[in-house]
Design a protein. Structure first.
Length: 120
């Protein structure tokens, strides 16, 4: 039993060390650059696996949908803000007109703070 366990362990170890070499792409290369220098160009592989292309397309579709929803959401919030701003300007204009009318009639406060200058 011990022999089979030892043999199995050796085969697994051998398989681990040789699998990297078997599955490695022989056309891979790497260029190192110094810490102070920058690479002149970066290139990605010309072809991708079909799974990678499909996953990338799904990711792009999701990102585009999120961008559209975000754009629509932003436009809706901007329109709401514009309408609230317009309403506030109209209320402010009405309040100024009412204040001017009250001052002209002599019924309103004389200063802009809304309080009498000499409270008693």
């Amino acid at each position: 039993m011990k022999r089979y366990s030892l043999l199995l362990a050796l085969l697994l170890a051998f398989g681990l060390f040789t699998s990297q070499a078997a599955f490695a792409d022989q056309n891979d290369s790497m260029t190192t650059v110094d810490e102070s220098s920058q690479p002149e160009n970066l290139a990605l592989p010309d072809t991708a696996a079909p799974e990678g292309q499909e996953n990338a397309q799904q990711g792009l579709d999701t990102a585009n949908q999120a961008r559209e929803r975000g754009r629509e959401f932003g436009q809706e919030r901007a329109e709401e803000a514009r309408s609230r701003g317009q309403e506030a300007r109209e209320r402010g204009k009405e309040a100024r007109q009412q204040g001017q009318e009250a001052r002209q009639r002599g019924q309103g406060p004389s200063d802009r703070s809304g309080r009498d200058r000499n409270p008693r």
